[in-house]
Design a protein around this ligand. Sequence first.
Ligand code: NDP
Ligand code: HSE
Length: 451
Amino acid sequence: MTDYRRLRVALLGAGAVGSQVADLLRTHADELSDRAGAALELVGIAVRNPDAPRDADLPRELFTTDSEQLIVGADIVIELMGGIEPARTDILLALSSGADVVTANKALLATHGPEIFDAADQVGASVYYEAAAAGAIPIIRPLRDSLAGDRVQRIMGIVNGTTNYILDRMDTGGTEFADVLADAQRLGYAEADPTADVEGFDAAQKAAILASLAFHTAVPLEAVHREGITAIDRQTMEAARHAGYVIKLLAVCERITDAEANSPTGEAISVRVYPALIPREHPLASVHGANNAVFVQAEAAGNLMFYGAGAGGVQTASAVLGDVVSAARRHIAGGVGVGESTRANLPVVPIGRVTTRYQITLEVSDEPGVLATVAGILSEGRVSIATIEQTIEPAAEAKSLLPAAQGVAGIARLVIGTHTAREQDLSDTVDRLAASGVVDRVVSVLRVEGN
Ligand code: NDP
Ligand code: HSE
């Protein structure tokens, strides 16, 4: 057996991911040591409750509540507690104590990334975070290393497993939102507070991380436009299917030209998370269950697609262990760690200045002149109609659906597809439609992505 240098590995957290990391570190110790060129010794696991049952069979003597004592003296610290504190303080302590850090904590990196990367730079250490975006899928290294010589134009990703699982089940099984969410929690995909998933916070954190890497710009979480999926109901799902689309929660990070941007070349970026319609034939439409996929368009490389498990304990542990091997190799090789590249410093434009296509669904009274009025309001608002489809609810059904329909011939449902429009123009126009007197209800306004 090779006589490797021994590296002390401290693990913070033994939940869904941490317990699997500890198990794999122990089970595959020899193999991992050969790959790392160092003997990786798990010296302890900090948790809140050392006696809590774990998903893996781990020796009780490894567990402690004293994270500080564990961190000081470690060569590699793996943070898998999640949340901001004590994760932030523990990571800063690890770096200042000379350890390299591996974390899957997107919430922390999206909010305190610059502080943590600066701290690592100051001591010449490295922070590895492959698992912080899209779980098991290798996407951080491709953006940071493999595509470092290219210019990324656009990233369109399904980066939250919980919401993809929910939307997929609603699409394929006609299931209700609340029932599917309970299943996602049971399967361990959802965050401790599932609001982080369904309201798009988790995806926004990952979008900030991906955009920062792709565009060499520190993207603050506050600059990411975020909408969740709680307003998507079965009817909207069915309408999307009927129109040849599927609804996915997308993280879109895009390089744009914006005349109002505070940049010498007019170059800027947009980072946004929202449920969007994508054509059923688009590669992202076939991403099912809790899987994630990230579609990258780069100037020279063209289109690239990264696909796989975006959540789950053992799957995510794979990405964490890849980072542990990298950290061990760097630790053995010595020298300073590779810092984050943020020199491009591009401005992030607000959502109002972004352009995309939309599908607007309206309920209107089936009366003469209504369609002309709607078309006029869209035209005044600089929103160009690409397609329009009208279905009529017979009067009897209409009256039971909508009290306002008493005395009219019926309700018409208008589904309007637009050409590319500016978000601010579109939202002003929808406000005018709602106030026009001819629109009974704005049923939904969804962006259309992935032409
Ligand atoms: P869990 O909630 O399952 O586990 C958290 C662990 O951290 C528990 O063992 C808990 O201890 C411990 N912990 C929490 N707070 C403290 C504290 N103050 N002091 C000491 N220990 C503490 O989290 P996950 O394993 O699901 O997630 C870990 C990280 O990985 C998060 O950043 C998450 O966002 C990220 N991630 C998770 C994925 C997933 O599919 N689950 C996928 C990709 C990333 P105890 O058990 O005693 O309560
Ligand atoms: N809750 C997250 C998800 C876990 O559903 O994708 C992975 O980050």
